[in-house]
Ligand binder design. Structure first.
Ligand code: PAF
Length: 283
């Protein structure tokens, strides 16, 4: 078995380590995670490894992005198995700080407006402020040349891209395609919460999104949203939102003449799953 990657828990030590690699002329790729790693995360690591000389993975369950009634306390924390999973990948170091190390005395929050307002921004108030604040801090500590984020979290990726552009942060943000189970369910750390029945029902999300792509040829965004909701509801899911938005700006659309993201969040029992599809994506 490959040795486990070394773990750094201190911000200062992480920054010094990165600086020493950068000064050797090595490019640093970064994959921020909250742990409970699955094949989707490992695909992000592989992409980062293809695009840079060395890869840093962070594992930090970020309290700032969970609402008071959300699953921060019960979120799976599996550091040992995560390190084992990373051992067979080219990971130079894992940054795993605790909450006190990350947030002691913090008075600053980063807020990206506009694109954070619909979708998850509307149903999880404050969530994206927590994400952008921690991602900005992680980028400042790890100082990567590039950072990889999954396209499953479409709004998160768009928000991080906007923050990096607006704040002139010197880091390339790379999106990675969603990795799916054989039945189409997007991989997520929260899939482990699903009961056997819910797990059997959940692939309806992907089926409904693929159906929506077909329907977009002859229907308005509003009609496509309605039919997608109906399909998911019939399949046992409780739809939180299901919206067609401009794929770049996340503003409202009335037709499919430009790329549109159809993004949805669906509850199966208490488990909240997200997924999306881009319609008319320019290749
Ligand atoms: O996508 C995630 O796992 C988290 O939102 C991130 C980017 C690691 C920030 O905590």
């Amino acid at each position: 078995m490959n040795p486990l990657p070394p773990v750094i828990t201190s911000k200062k030590e992480m920054a010094t380590w990165s600086e020493s690699k950068r000064s050797l002329g090595l490019t640093v790729g970064f994959v921020p995670t909250m742990g409970a790693l699955h094949q989707g995360h490992l695909a992000l690591v592989e992409l980062a490894a293809r695009k840079s000389d060395i890869v840093v993975v962070s594992i930090f369950v970020n309290p700032a992005q969970f609402g008071p009634s959300e699953d921060y306390e019960s979120y799976p924390r599996t550091l040992t198995t995560d390190l084992e999973a990373l051992a067979s990948h080219s990971v130079a170091v894992v940054f795993a700080p605790n909450a006190a190390e990350m947030y002691e005395d913090r008075l600053t929050t980063i807020h990206v407006s506009g694109i954070t307002e619909p979708l998850c921004g509307a149903s999880r108030p404050g969530h994206f402020d927590g994400v952008t604040t921690v991602v900005a801090k992680l980028l400042n500590i790890v100082r990567p040349h590039l950072a990889v984020f999954g396209e499953k979290d479409y709004q998160q990726l768009a928000t991080v891209r906007k923050m990096v552009k607006d704040l002139d942060m010197d880091c390339l943000i790379v999106g990675a395609p969603t990795v799916r189970e054989p039945d189409g369910l997007a991989m997520s750390s929260r899939n482990t919460y699903l009961s056997p029945l819910e797990r059997a029902q959940a692939p309806v999300i992907r089926r409904a999104l693929l159906q929506a792509q077909e329907l977009a040829g002859t229907n308005t965004p509003e009609q496509v949203e309605r039919m997608t909701r109906e399909t998911i509801t019939r399949g046992g899911g409780r739809v939180d939102y299901c919206s067609c938005l401009n794929a770049l700006t996340l503003s409202a659309v009335t037709d499919f003449s430009s790329p549109v993201v159809l993004a949805t969040t669906v509850f199966f029992g208490k488990t909240r799953l997200i997924d999306n599809i881009v319609i008319n994506e320019k290749t």
